[in-house]
Design a protein around this ligand. Sequence first.
Ligand code: COA
Length: 196
Amino acid sequence: MSDQPDHEEHLSPIETARLWMSVPPVSHAAQVLDFDLRNREHLGPWNPPRPTPLDSIEAWQARLLTDRQRAREGTAFHWRLRPKGDRDGPVLGTLSLTRIERGPLERASLGASVDRGQQGLGLVQEAAEALLDHAANVLQLRFVEAGHAPQNLRSASTLRRLGFVPYGYARDYLHVGGRLQDHVLLQYDLRPLRRS
Ligand SMILES: CC(C)(COP(=O)(O)OP(=O)(O)OC[C@H]1O[C@@H](n2cnc3c(N)ncnc32)[C@H](O)[C@@H]1OP(=O)(O)O)[C@@H](O)C(=O)NCCC(=O)NCCS
């Protein structure tokens, strides 16, 4: 499968001190599948239901193609994190900005995950700081929202450390891990990050 004419181009690349992230080419489906399989148990409790199983390279090729279309439209971005200097290397995690809205809201929703063995190194914080800067200055958004299940303490501390501010608590908010779960809702005001 290919999404010619630029199927080998990395979209929306962002570099940090230790990481390089992009919306990858469709040809990177094998590395993304590998991340998914390695982390099924770790991420299962926080994953939304999947309408189609993502168990094969072909399934991930189709999914990456959709990710690339959405990135080009500017409606959602699914970045895959790699070690800096190794653009074809193993996927270490994912960050996403989805449900991007323009007009009066100018907002997006943040999602994040990191390989089970790479937690506790500050990688998501490092990547998310760069991504918030990108959201403010490249995507020209005004705020980013995030949420976490009350028992997801790692996510809670990452979001608080980044500077997200809680604004609500929603019961039975999101279908993740096979059931509806309450969520703490948080917001990050991007305006102080804007350079112009
Ligand atoms: C939530 C999740 C993304 C956090 O990932 P993470 O990489 O551990 O988060 P951070 O980047 O904020 O790292 C924080 C940890 O790194 C440590 N750290 C080490 N070096 C650091 C550095 N240079 N800078 C910052 N923190 C550093 C911090 O002390 C902290 O340790 P602690 O968790 O023991 O307190 C991860 O646990 C995950 O994938 N969970 C499953 C999916 C999930 O819950 N997603 C969110 C759904 S809402």
